[in-house]
Write a protein that binds this ligand. Structure first.
Ligand SMILES: *[C@@H]1O[C@H](CO)[C@@H](O)[C@H](O)[C@H]1NC(C)=O
Ligand SMILES: *[C@@H]1O[C@H](CO)[C@@H](O)[C@H](O)[C@H]1NC(C)=O
Length: 162
């Protein structure tokens, strides 16, 4: 995607990241290996178009939040991905949110920040002790970012031959 503000990054580890690479490198092949750390890189969910084509009957005002925004379908996709990750890493990632276990980083775009939030809602469905309001099955979990101009992260950008 051109101009690609499309990546999110999510890291989990029961241990510090520095220990992980080393651990994996020096473990002899005969010794049982165990999962220490997970890095996930994912894109935003479904979004509205980023621009209209010439004579497009659907101009920006036709989309609930305008161009380039996460749609409800995109929110659902990420919530479902969070749920799938919850199942996949059951036993590795605690069922409740622990700030020292998870770090989430997003590019500074509405659609990627919102994707990360939807994903976290699926990943950490709120549990009794962490619930702050029994009427809301959600809890706030931090999503870190930096301004686009300072972002040296792994942005996914399509290369165009000119
Ligand atoms: C998850 O966290 C709770 C504390 O909130 C702790 O009692 C429990 O042992 C943890 N479970 C795992 C699998 O680490
Ligand atoms: C939860 O919803 C009920 C019913 O609307 C309301 O009476 C109660 O005050 C709400 N609780 C909180 C903590 O918002």
């Amino acid at each position: 995607m051109a101009g690609g503000p499309s990546s999110l990054c999510c890291c989990w580890g029961a241990q510090l990241p520095l220990l992980v690479g080393r651990g994996l490198l020096v473990v002899p092949p005969t010794q049982a290996r165990s999962l220490r750390f997970v890095t996930l890189l994912y894109r935003h969910g479904d979004r509205s178009p980023v621009k209209a084509y010439p004579k497009d009957p659907y101009q920006e005002g036709e989309w609930p939040q305008g161009f380039g925004q996460l749609t409800k379908e995109g929110m659902l996709q990420h919530w479902e991905l969070g749920q799938a990750l919850r199942l996949r890493y059951q036993g590795f990632l605690n069922a409740s949110y622990h700030r020292e276990e998870v770090f989430v980083r997003s590019t500074d775009f509405d659609r990627t920040l919102m994707s990360a939030e939807a994903n976290l809602a699926g990943l950490f469905p709120v549990e009794g002790a962490q619930s702050f309001n029994p009427n809301i099955t959600w809890q706030p979990i931090p999503v870190h970012t930096v301004p686009e101009a300072q972002d040296k992260g792994p942005t996914v950008t399509a290369h165009r031959s000119s």
